[in-house]
Design a protein around this ligand. Structure first.
Ligand code: 13P
Ligand code: SF4
Length: 299
């Protein structure tokens, strides 16, 4: 299967992009593996005619919005991010009516329709930098309350209003689970994704995006780490650091939708060129504004 995928990629000038939560064998055959920010950035700069995006729907949509001339295929059209939908209809309009100078900051884990109503997108790797750079005092941060409250702590000069959305996978980790790992591995550093609840973040030695966690582990002299995010990052962590040990909370956090991206489904979309991501022109043009603003403010 891997050989067939390689051959088809070459024939069709296709590139495979995979998020760090995709299954290991898919990360292995991908041309680019990254966090959501890096994948969007590299996709925009790439000259591939076809991009097979192994992630969840908001990621494929973002690439289509940034690169409308490319054919963006996804191995499974049903792979979705629950948090992307956790903003109540009408709430953005209500907030805008309440605050004159409001900036609506939209985590990239959101639908294209939601992005059309927002001023700027962020990812976990650039949210603090971008919110700091905004001239507005009042910020409505959607959809993730946990990334939003982490940003609020880092940027105390802003009034950050939170929306009550979260990632069910990160929110399922409990403090007891983490404390139990800490007890078993007292020397281990705790590296967490900002989508975790505050009771996890308060025990963390480092908080950052999936790529941030991977880079931190690589550059740290420490030998043991408790990783508070989805277990797919383990593949890259072990590739980079065969001499280090990585532990996860028990049960290991798993984003089932990310695991829909199998080798079989990658081969099948490459063969059939089906599962094409489409975003209607009006949505695409409006959603491009906050995405482009993110790319320029993150520089
Ligand atoms: P990253 O941007 O850190 O890769 O996170 C995306 C995500 O969905 C985390 O749950
Ligand atoms: Fe969405 Fe959570 Fe899965 Fe990330 S881990 S894609 S936030 S459901």
């Amino acid at each position: 299967m891997k050989e067939k995928i390689k051959q088809l990629k070459k024939e069709k000038k296709a590139m495979i992009f995979a998020h760090y939560y995709a299954p290991s064998d898919v990360q292995e055959i991908a041309d680019c593996v990254g966090d959501s920010f890096n994948l969007a950035k590299v996709a925009k700069e790439s000259d591939a005619e076809i991009i097979v995006f192994c992630g969840v729907s908001f990621m494929g949509e973002s690439v289509k919005i940034l690169c409308p001339d490319k054919k963006v295929l996804v191995p499974d059209m049903t792979a979705d991010c629950a948090m992307a939908h956790m903003v109540r209809d009408g709430v953005i309009e209500e907030m805008r009516a309440k605050y004159d100078d409001l900036a609506v900051v939209c985590y990239i884990n959101s639908t294209a329709a939601l992005k059309t109503k927002c001023d700027v997108c962020v990812t976990s790797s650039n949210a603090v930098k971008i919110v700091k750079a905004l001239p507005n005092k009042n910020i409505f941060f959607v959809p993730d309350r946990n990334l939003g409250s982490y940003v609020a702590q880092q940027v105390p000069e802003k009034n950050i209003i939170l929306n009550d959305g979260c990632c069910p996978i990160h929110a399922a980790m409990t403090e007891e689970q983490l404390l139990s790992e800490k007890q078993k591995h007292p020397e281990a550093l705790v590296l967490s994704h900002p989508e975790c609840e505050p009771y996890i973040l308060k025990h963390s030695d480092y908080i950052g995006s999936t790529a941030g966690i991977i880079n931190y582990a690589k550059n740290s002299p420490a030998k043991e780490f408790i990783i508070c995010t989805e277990y797919g990052v383990e593949y890259q962590l072990l590739l980079d650091n065969p001499d280090k040990r990585f532990y996860f909370t028990d049960p290991r956090p798993c984003c089932n939708d990310m695991k829909f991206n199998t080798l079989e489904s990658v081969l099948s979309v490459l063969e059939k060129e089906n599962n094409v991501v489409e975003v209607d022109d009006e949505t695409r043009i409006k959603a491009l504004v906050p995405l482009d603003r993110m790319l320029s403010l993150a520089k």
